[in-house]
Write a protein that binds this ligand. Structure first.
Ligand SMILES: Nc1nc2c(ncn2[C@@H]2O[C@H](COP(=O)(O)OP(=O)(O)OP(=O)(O)O)[C@@H](O)[C@H]2O)c(=O)[nH]1
Ligand SMILES: [Mg+2]
Length: 489
């Protein structure tokens, strides 16, 4: 009907529906008719490079011989998508579906499953589509009355056409045959799909807003706000004091070679927490005594009634789940493994009390926010933390840990409000600084410093650490040691 269509492999000729003697197919796809001179038949073909997934092809009457070569014919059927699909004995193809455009990769990809009762032949194979390989299954179901009973999957029970998923893909393909040459009822719509890069402002079309439905609008708005947040973050100019702190402590993601050049032994855990080229005696002189004491677990509480009697000044480590609270306790004391850690959020599920000699108590709190636990359990942890923070008399400081990469979240602000109300001194500690660039670490610290209004309870400055690399740990240790020294019991 409409002229010839050239593909890489074959020349396909479209013929009118009435003339066509072969299998008639209606569906989406880069389709055409192949002429086979040797057999003097025309075969419908769905071209390569088109995913015919979810497409349903209705077949008009087509007889085929069952008997010898049945299997190979079925294989052939799968391989060529809709070539010789027939066998005989009154069998008719009821439906044929495929999950891919089947450029077969295996030599013997098909198995014919024959269910005698139903006279159903199922052909399985491995096809290769442009995007991925997937199973192709082609079902040839025989009908006894010889009448074609197409059951298009894209119609619902009432015969209403459902949205055709495959259409999009077909439209997306460059070589779409314009018209349905074999008398299709609904010719494939020609729609040009324009891809818009959301991050490229110049790519925005004027009519985008008008065309977009509500849901897309919401998405666009979300993306915009996300973008603007990012842009806002990039625009932050850290103060010189923050920048020099970041540089002096080698905070942020660093290359090993850089650390080695600076004299650190990168073989050691938390290598930046070791003084370059130091001997243990030098280290002992520099380091704060209290954190060299043995870290001992002495109590755990799941309810407020099990809190131990307050004896030592306490420093609590609070923050969202997985922010690195437990790891920080280990890093501060350099006693790896005393406090258990896990990469699974919600690992610490009770308030754990540790003491450093008889000088200081470090308290590992359960996290809040996302965790692998039931909602009611998480709520209970949060209540417990709030109760501890607001009522504990021996609590001298709460280190509020914030993941440097993600910044502060609403739950963090909730806890801050609580600490403000209960007049508990708290200090912000940025964790996992090794995961982002030094400049972003500085920006995050600046952002938090600007956003938090100075108050009586907030202890400045914002600390920055990495339990993994050891960066900033020494500074935090020094800050916290003063609590032990100043506290009188
Ligand atoms: N890259 C990096 N990973 C860290 C750092 N600190 C902790 N982690 C990892 O983060 C994960 C969580 O650490 P935890 O110390 O268990 O975190 P938590 O805040 O105690 O978590 P919950 O007990 O679930 O509330 C672990 O896989 C740690 O190895 C850090 O400074 N840098
Ligand atoms: Mg923990």
């Amino acid at each position: 009907m409409s002229g010839a269509v050239n593909s890489k492999r074959e020349r396909m000729t479209q013929t009118s529906g009435s003339d066509f003697k072969g299998v008639r197919i209606r569906g989406n796809g880069k389709e055409g008719i192949r002429k086979y001179k040797s057999e003097n038949v025309e075969r419908r073909w769905v071209g390569e490079g088109v995913r015919a997934k979810d497409s349903i092809f209705e077949l008009e009457s087509r007889k085929f011989d069952v008997g010898q070569g049945e299997k190979s014919r079925a294989v052939n059927l799968g391989r060529q998508m809709k070539r010789k699909t027939d066998t005989g004995l009154g069998n008719k193809i009821e439906s044929l579906s495929s999950r891919s455009d089947l450029e077969l990769v295996n030599r013997k990809p098909f198995h014919l499953k024959k269910e005698y009762g139903e006279k159903k032949y199922t052909v399985y194979g491995v096809g290769r589509s442009r995007r991925n390989r997937e199973r192709a299954d082609i079902v040839v179901t025989s009908t006894s009355d010889g009448q074609l009973k197409p059951k298009p999957r894209n119609k619902d029970k009432n015969g209403e056409l459902l949205a055709d998923k495959s259409r999009k893909r077909v439209v997306n393909c460059k070589k779409v045959v314009g018209e349905d040459s074999v008398g299709s009822d609904d010719p494939p719509k020609k729609r040009k799909r324009i891809r818009i890069n959301p991050y490229d402002i110049s790519n925005k079309r004027i009519d985008d807003d008008a065309a977009a439905d509500d849901s897309t609008k919401v998405k666009v708005v979300e993306k915009k706000s996300e973008m603007s947040k990012n842009a806002q973050f990039r625009a932050i100019k850290p103060s010189p004091s923050i920048l020099s702190f970041v540089e002096d402590n080698l905070l942020g993601r660093r290359r090993l070679i850089e650390l080695q050049r600076a004299g650190y032994n990168t073989q050691l855990p938390a290598s930046l927490d070791n003084i370059p080229f130091s001997t243990s005696s030098v280290r002992e002189k520099i380091e704060e005594n209290v954190f060299r004491s043995k870290l001992e677990f002495f109590a755990s509480a799941k309810v407020s009634t099990s809190f131990p009697h307050p004896q030592l000044p306490e420093i609590a480590f609070a923050g969202r789940s997985n922010v690195g609270k437990s790891s920080l306790l280990n890093a501060l004391t350099r006693q790896w493994g005393v406090v258990w850690t896990s990469d699974k959020p919600g690992f610490t599920q009770s308030i754990n009390f540790f003491k450093l000699a008889e000088k200081l108590s470090l308290v590992d709190l359960p996290g809040y926010g996302f965790a692998y636990a039931k909602e009611e359990v998480k709520d209970a942890w949060e209540e417990l933390v709030k109760e501890y923070v607001s009522t504990r008399s021996s609590l001298r400081r709460v280190c509020l840990l914030i993941d440097t990469k993600w910044g502060m979240k609403p739950r963090d602000h909730e806890l801050i409000e609580l600490m403000e109300r209960s007049r508990k001194p708290y200090q912000i500690v940025l964790t996992k600084t090794d995961t982002i660039s030094p400049i972003d670490v500085a920006r995050r610290a600046m952002q938090i410093q600007e956003n938090l209004k100075p108050s009586k309870s907030l202890v400045e400055p914002v600390m920055m650490v990495s339990s993994k690399s050891g960066a900033g740990i020494r500074s935090l240790r020094t800050v916290l040691t003063s609590i032990a020294r100043l506290t009188k019991f």
